[in-house]
Design a protein around this ligand. Structure first.
Ligand code: CMP
Length: 140
């Protein structure tokens, strides 16, 4: 298997509770390497643009407000089957459905405040990484 990349966000509910390190440790223990990382406070334009795919969903407004509410940590994670591996480490979107030991089962508060975002495909990972990082900010 070749190493590849995925995109991750540690969301405001997690940064607010000082869980950044605990969550990064779960990524690292799960076999992923942080090759880019920055803590940012998303602008409205960033939050709306990043989640534009969900624009027609009833929770879009709430999602955008939440992602702008407090700092987030955006990251590029690298490893074998990085997209799939990260999704396994995160667990199901709704923490009630997530497996024991996953980030969302351990830390998430609700389906909205679910602590982390991760790309759902290699194609979207490339798009999402490019949304927040230039290639020279990624150091493998
Ligand atoms: P994420 O992986 O960041 O991608 C879209 C987000 O929308 C998702 O995680 C959830 O946090 C959020 N989301 C999905 N369904 C709902 C919902 N029913 N109510 C509020 N937020 C939701």
């Amino acid at each position: 298997m070749t190493a590849n990349r995925t995109f991750s966000i540690i969301k405001p509910d997690a940064t607010r509770r000082n869980l950044t390190g605990a969550i990064v440790k779960m990524f690292e223990d799960g076999g992923l390497r942080v090759v880019a990382s920055k803590r940012i406070h998303m602008t409205r334009a960033q939050a709306e643009g990043f989640y534009a795919v969900h624009k027609e969903r009833p929770f879009y407004g709430e999602l955008v407000e939440f992602m702008m509410s407090e700092p987030v940590v955006v990251q590029v994670l690298e490893g074998e089957n990085a997209v799939l591996r990260n999704r396994e480490i995160m667990g199901a979107t709704n923490p009630e459905d997530a497996d024991v030991g996953t980030v969302r089962k351990t830390h998430a508060l609700s389906i909205g405040e679910n602590s982390v975002h991760g790309s759902d495909s290699d194609e979207n990972a490339a798009i999402e990484i490019a949304f927040f990082f230039t290639e020279d900010e990624i150091v493998g």
